[in-house]
Ligand binder design. Structure first.
Ligand SMILES: Nc1ncnc2c1ncn2[C@@H]1O[C@H](COP(=O)(O)OP(=O)(O)OP(=O)(O)O)[C@@H](O)[C@H]1O
Ligand SMILES: [Mg+2]
Length: 357
């Protein structure tokens, strides 16, 4: 069953700022979708539109097969939005009241409401916050309470705007596990995030919004993470501008790779010379200049860098399948950081060629 149909939707804020441009996508029941994109690409705006808080400037949105209007009670019961900024979401005098508000609005009463709120406190490990005022909680505590408030109505469709931002590493893993558990229960989940490290854990499909507020790519998270070009273009990975001191890095070979050209490039006698000084780059050594040798090595390191990143992703996937979301997330983060290094290798190659860095 189709939950949302988004057809060429554009949105411009009152001050003339474009937020979405001809965005189309579909979401089916039980699916988990991630939306990634740089700051200001339109992720939150898209979630507001799906939640019925904003109406498209042009284009159409259908929800549960009907045109999406100003959220009926039935729609409110089914769909819940976690705001990016929990301060916008929380307004009650205590965390306890906050968690009871949604169920009360839905017409639940008495013990049912108390039970729902207690379950949420336990689920998120925030029992100790029960009597606190939401306004003086820490950012992470507030986020957890906002997640609790969002789940308190037991929605079928959950819209999450940056659910892991501002949480410490352990809490991040707990939230990721919670999203995985909600997926298993058959909930439809749409998550906007910057965190490339979590998209594979929590979604089947990823939509990349470009800086032009249009859909740049729609793929499995695995394919998106492998697509360096798109990630660079969407400004989701970046090239570093700082210079590094010159040194020769010895690539460690574990016996997996075979490289016939390497002995000629790095013999043990070469590595024993220690760090190479910048002036040494022009000197001759054997048949190749150090510049030529370094160029080949840079290419070699890049090739391996990519291979290593892919291997880390494969192991991350294995860890995920075996149920270890924490380890999987860490390995994925290592893969993302590793991929970022390719841009540095490119810069080094350019610098070697005398081009302006
Ligand atoms: N209330 C508003 N009034 C005017 N412009 C806005 C408003 N909210 C957002 N915008 C603009 O709309 C564009 C999209 O914003 P949006 O918040 O949807 O992006 P985002 O992808 O969620 O960004 P972030 O990653 O920073 O959360 C941005 O250019 C933003 O400045
Ligand atoms: Mg946002």
């Amino acid at each position: 069953m189709e939950i949302f149909g988004v057809d060429k939707v554009s949105y411009t804020y009152k001050d003339g700022r474009k937020a979405l441009d001809a965005v189309s996508l579909g979401v089916t029941a039980g699916e988990s979708l991630t939306i990634i994109g740089t700051n200001g690409s339109g992720k939150s705006t898209l979630l507001y539109l799906l939640d019925g808080l904003l109406a498209p400037e042009s284009g159409k949105i259908t929800a549960f097969g009907s045109p999406l209007g100003k959220g009926s009670t039935e729609f409110r019961r089914k769909v819940s939005l976690l705001f990016q900024n929990p301060q916008v979401q929380l307004f009650s005098l205590s965390v306890w009241d906050e968690l009871r508000f949604g169920p009360l609005q839905l017409g639940l009463r008495g013990e049912e409401v108390e039970k729902r709120a207690s379950d949420i406190l336990r689920l998120l490990g925030i029992e100790s916050l029960k009597d606190r005022g939401p306004w003086n909680l820490s950012g992470g505590e507030m986020k957890k309470v906002a997640i609790g408030a969002c789940l308190s109505t037991n929605p079928d469709v959950i819209l999450l705007d940056e659910p892991t931002t501002g949480l410490d590493p352990r809490s991040q893993v707990e939230v990721i596990d919670l999203i995985i558990a909600l997926r298993k229960k058959g909930k439809t989940i749409i998550t906007a995030t910057h965190d490339l490290g979590i998209i594979e854990d929590i979604s089947d499909r990823t939509v990349v919004l470009g800086e032009d507020h249009r859909v740049m790519l729609e793929e499995t998270p695995w394919e998106v993470l492998r697509n360096n070009g798109a990630l660079l273009k969407a400004n989701l990975i970046h090239t570093h501008a700082h210079r590094h001191s010159w040194y020769v890095h010895e690539h460690s070979h574990s016996g997996i790779h075979e490289h016939e050209h390497l002995p000629e490039l790095i013999g043990p006698e070469d590595m024993s010379k220690g760090p190479v000084q910048k002036g040494d780059m022009q000197t001759m050594s054997g048949e190749k200049t150090d510049m030529e040798r370094l160029r080949i090595l840079l290419e070699h390191w890049m090739e391996h860098n990519q291979e290593h990143a892919d291997t880390y992703l494969q192991w991350a996937e294995k860890a995920r399948i075996s149920g270890d979301a924490g380890l999987s997330g860490m390995l994925r983060e290592i893969a993302v950081e590793t991929k970022k290094m390719n841009a540095l290798f490119e810069k080094a190659k350019k610098a070697l060629g005398g081009e302006k860095n």
